[in-house]
Design a binder for this molecule. Structure first.
Ligand code: AMP
Length: 192
């Protein structure tokens, strides 16, 4: 099963991706995690993207497309994978289509975790407060506001993009974590 989890920062994509990994053995491909690892390792890519990430902007499509393409070839992706935080622009979605076609792979579903923006803002500000001084340099109010506006402008259009392909499914992300998990599992059964 090859899935995309779509939703704004704080919608719970990472949490749901982890559940799916534990339950089904799909690999979790979080571009945010991969980029943070590159920053921590001070690799050439890490040095290039650190400032961009810290202020909540998107790193270039080329960089993320390249790291996803390499990651998808790893053996642990054979059972399936969940893209968490990628694609984030229509250009990335188009590049993903071409990449998967070249590799002879197909997406099974794009699951949107739909959330109420006002409530979401409270939730992510709380997360910022809890992790103040923690591992994420972009979990401060300015960077979070920026990430939300970037989501609205650049990532939200993907909902229409995937609606057009017939792959889009939507779950109510305002339910409890466990209920969202059940809804995601139900969606997987429908597309299997
Ligand atoms: P995330 O952990 O998914 O919220 O990502 C954290 C940060 O990494 C984002 O704010 C971006 O700066 C960068 N990033 C992650 N995924 C992508 C992507 N697909 N395209 C561009 N930038 C990304």
């Amino acid at each position: 099963m090859r899935l995309i989890l779509l939703g704004p920062p704080g919608a719970g994509k990472g949490t749901q991706a982890k559940f799916l990994t534990e339950r089904h053995g799909f690999a979790q491909l979080s571009t945010g995690d991969m980029l943070r690892a590159a920053v921590a390792a001070r690799s050439p890519i890490g040095l290039q993207v650190k400032e961009i990430m810290d202020r909540g902007d998107l790193v270039s499509d080329d960089v993320v497309v390249r790291i996803v393409s390499e990651r998808v070839d790893q053996p642990d992706c054979a059972k399936g994978f969940i893209l968490d935080g990628f694609p984030r622009t229509v250009a990335q979605a188009e590049a993903l289509d071409q990449m998967l076609e070249r590799k002879g792979l197909k997406l099974d579903a794009v699951i949107e975790i739909a959330v109420d923006e006002g409530i979401l803002l409270d939730r992510i500000i709380k997360r910022a407060e809890e992790t103040e001084g923690g591992p994420r340099a972009d979990d401060n109010a300015d960077a979070l506001a920026k990430r939300l506006s970037v989501y609205r402008e650049q990532t939200q259009p993907l909902i229409d993009y995937y609606h057009g392909t017939g792959l889009l499914r939507s779950v109510d992300g305002m339910q409890s974590m466990g209920e969202v998990r059940s809804s995601v599992e139900m969606t997987l059964k429908e597309v299997a």
